[in-house]
Ligand binder design. Structure first.
Ligand SMILES: [Zn+2]
Length: 175
């Protein structure tokens, strides 16, 4: 069975597959686009991905997000660069005075835990359920269940929203 890149869905070569984590790896071309190209080329690459993706630095700040994420987070016209992840995701707790990453709730945040885990170990996470207390709409915050994946590339972690709500039947092939 061919190994599929978990990010661009291309078929990986045998050598690439053997190099990485076989089930949910990232191909050389994706890695190259993020790691070596940087800047506009990296932006162009992540914009080509259909699912929402955020590029997070080691301090938990958003370096950039892709077009799908801008649409999903309703951030088409506002800058997100350099903001804490929770602020960009409109997490209710990020609005507390302690700030994103420092409230009592943050230690249990699956998004934060996945990003930190991937930074610390270099290991990707795949379709992990996470609950976001989303307050992007007026009124009471809404609990949003989402499934996320992470991948470390160089100095950043890519964070992807695989889907929102209940897992689809063909979850493994959602990408
Ligand atoms: Zn790829």
């Amino acid at each position: 069975m061919p190994t599929i890149c978990a990010w661009c869905a291309c078929e990986m070569s045998g050598a690439e597959a053997a190099n990485g984590l076989v089930s949910h790896g990232i191909c050389e071309s994706c890695r190259d686009n993020i790691f070596f190209q940087g800047g506009a080329r990296m932006q162009e690459y992540i914009d080509s991905l259909k699912l929402p993706v955020a590029v997070i630095n080691e301090q938990g700040f958003v370096q950039t997000i892709n077009t799908a994420a801008r649409r999903f987070l309703q951030k088409e016209t506002v800058p997100v660069e350099g903001l804490p992840g929770g602020v960009v995701f409109e997490c209710e707790y990020a609005r507390h005075p302690e700030g994103c990453g420092n409230t009592l709730h943050c230690s249990a945040c699956a998004i934060r835990r996945c990003v930190i885990y991937t930074f610390d170990t270099g290991e990707p996470q795949h379709q992990v359920p996470a609950t976001l207390r989303y307050c992007g709409k007026p009124g009471v915050p809404e609990e949003i269940i989402m499934y996320i994946s992470t991948e470390k590339v160089g100095e950043v972690v890519l964070l992807r929203i695989d889907w929102v709500g209940d897992a689809p039947d063909d979850a493994e092939h959602a990408v």
